[in-house]
Write a protein that binds this ligand. Structure first.
Ligand code: PAF
Length: 265
């Protein structure tokens, strides 16, 4: 495609595709002459004890969905194809992974950035599309692309939500119906935050306290973090006097869910 002077759009995924992924795939279809989707559950972004083995997989269904939604190529490497026995190289960022999810998942972003770097070198896309639900991942990949001089435009796509506001995620399949109900506390707390801000409460601590109350009122919920921070540096902000990112991670029994929103004063 490059030799023919055609553009390549790329959507990297770990499979078990849902409407959120399909919206990225459709976007890719719109912006590139050709569209590559990858499906690879990347072992190096999971720590021991996380859900690598149990991560939901259904390759046949994913291939059908990718094809139906316009993928020209689906790249499905196996572990050995990307990480040979003598594999040694990892890509790390200095600052951005020290916030939000990087605190409780210290190897996660090194694993993500390593695999995305490899996939970029293999696929050689002009555009790559990532969901804003994984906001920190998106910011980190933008930084890596800039730092390592990749000639790739990174496109962030809006979070898709279920009818009741739950952000779409492959991990939602782990939730029982009771747990799914509890999981709504993430979205509710983000909505409450915007409501508080719009009546003039701009103290991050107060907004975080209110979010924390909402989350604790759900059954079987455990807060990993709730943060209000600068959308570029991810450094905490105490007074909301400009656009900020509010991001949170909550465990509902064993399922760790994340969500975020941009708050506007
Ligand atoms: O967001 C994901 O699904 C993964 O982190 C990614 C970007 C495909 C890398 O494994």
């Amino acid at each position: 495609m490059r030799r023919l002077d055609k553009t390549i759009a790329f959507v990297p995924t770990m499979g078990y595709l849902h409407e959120g992924h399909l919206s990225l795939i459709k976007k890719g279809r719109e912006i590139g002459d050709s569209l590559v989707v990858s499906i690879f559950v990347n072992p190096v972004q999971f720590a021991p004890g996380e859900d690598f083995e149990n991560y939901p997989r259904d390759l046949q269904r994913d291939l059908d969905l990718a094809r139906k939604n316009g993928a020209d190529v689906v790249f499905t490497p196996d572990d050995k194809e990307l990480y040979s026995n003598d594999y040694q190289t990892y890509v790390n960022l200095k600052e951005l992974p020290n916030h939000l999810c990087g605190i409780s998942r210290p190897i996660f972003f090194s694993g993500v950035v390593t695999v995305v770097t490899k996939l970029f070198n293999i696929v050689k896309p002009h555009f790559a599309i990532f969901g804003q639900k994984d906001y920190q991942q998106l910011v980190i990949i933008r930084q890596m692309v800039c730092d390592l001089n990749f000639d790739i435009e990174i496109i962030g796509a809006e979070t898709l939500r279920e009818h009741d506001g739950l952000a779409m995620s492959s991990r939602n399949v782990y939730l029982t119906s009771g747990q799914r109900n509890s999981a709504l506390c993430l979205y509710k707390s983000l909505q409450k935050a915007q409501a508080l801000l719009s009546i003039g409460i701009n103290d991050s601590e107060k907004i975080i306290d209110s979010a924390s109350e909402i989350i604790k009122s759900g059954t079987n919920t455990e807060i990993d973090y709730i943060a209000i921070c600068d959308p570029k540096t991810l450094i905490d902000i105490k007074k909301i006097d400009r656009q900020v990112l509010m991001a949170l991670a909550v465990k509902v029994v064993k399922t760790r869910l994340i969500d975020n929103t941009i708050l506007n004063p």
